[in-house]
Design a protein around this ligand. Sequence first.
Ligand code: BG6
Length: 507
Amino acid sequence: MKDCKQFVLVIFGASGDLTARKLIPALFSLYKRDFMPKNFAILGASRSNYSDDDFREKVVFSNTSLLSKEHTQAQLDEFASKIYYEPTDTKSDEAFTEFKERLEKLNTDCDGGGNYLFYLSTPPSLYEVISQRLNKQGLSDDSQGWRRLIVEKPFGYDLATAKALNKKLLSYFKEYQIYRIDHYLGKETVQNLLVTRFANSIYEPLWNRNYIERVEITSAESLGVGSRGGYYDGSGALRDMVQNHLLQLVALTAMEPPVAANADAIRNEKLKVFQSMRTYAPEEVASHVIRGQYTSSVINGEKVTPYRDIEGVAENSKTETYVALKFFIDNWRWADVPFYVRSGKMLPTKVTEIVIHFKKSPHHIFSRDEEVQSSNNQLIIRIQPNEGMLLKVGMKVPGEGFRVKNINMDFHYEELADAYVPEAYERLLLDCIQGDATLYARGDAVEAAWDFIDPILNAWKNDDSIPVFGYPAGTWGPSNADEMIDGAQTWRYPCKNLTNDGDYCEL
Ligand code: BG6
């Protein structure tokens, strides 16, 4: 474990859902596992008028997300005693002066060493004003202790707003102080992509255009937008999932080997991937990017509300709840290899996986059987659920002749019985406390990812003829998305369990 110095963590937007559901439970796990230093304090700040005790009750003693973790009463009591609350109207200068006084007092009382971590768990419209006020109060000055700022997505709404946000943040904090959180990078299986690729010598020689026919990334969700209609209708699947989470998966899949496993080396290589992604001309968008929106249907006897009837969604909304893209990475390794990425709400199951489709063997000596010939080797990296890896290979069917059958070679994380798998926020918070930004998005990479996304958004905005296909909730999205795949191929249609395919598929 790296040195973890004493500190005070401030959560702005502390009365919100993320604090109780993810942040405090993650901090509690770190505390229980002895990853927290002896001296630390958590200071919640938001407009709600809680006392310290009210806030402790809300985020610890009555917090089901925290209580569902194994604990003793003594652990709860001690952890809660490290939590405080200061009502703060982020729009008022005066309130910030009081906030600063409280923070400094807390720092003295708990011996926080002047190390402050500010977590912006607020609507994005407040990112600028909070960082500006922190700066004005001298709280971004790291000469007397470290000062870090965690920013939640969305990082901008398009390229222009992302650039403007970065510029503002950088006028109050330095890039090395800013931690842009993407919870996909905190997933154990996503980090394992780096280990799979760069700690084994068998994959790397094959990991290029000579052996790989196409790369496919799916992130499906079986739920709809729930109560987030207002937010989601202004966002859509492309902004909500692709610009951040899925492009991060693309970068880790496609990047060159970094020279070392540190923040600069890894993030430099990821940036190059974003910079090499071929942007679409306006007339290419309709055929290379398929968008869809779920309509009503009946799933397990229950009627599903169509997207447009959800509260907060415009009745003639064209916001996509599904998107599938085909694109190319213009560099030496990936020239001409198509990448297919899709994400959607209200699909048959919740699953995220990366499928590497290897090219066929060049000469078929064993079989003329179409099925065997066309089922190429595949490496499936399952991010969630049923986390693991699956390699599909041809095997001889025992008996006469040389009949070839495709079989599965699989590994499941659950087989590592003793391994504790931390939740994404747990890992990411700990990294930030320890000053390691490797698993956080860097400003230039966020902008480069928007550079790729912007032409799609512009084409959708400017060209009304680009359709939004309806798909019944519970199906795999518009069938047009199958047609975008080259040759007589389709997407892999994954099941809940990694290895279930073919005859039996549990959703
Ligand atoms: C969030 C999106 O960033 O990621 C949500 O805003 C989405 O719409 C969620 O549901 C998916 O995360 P996970 O970890 O459940 O795949």
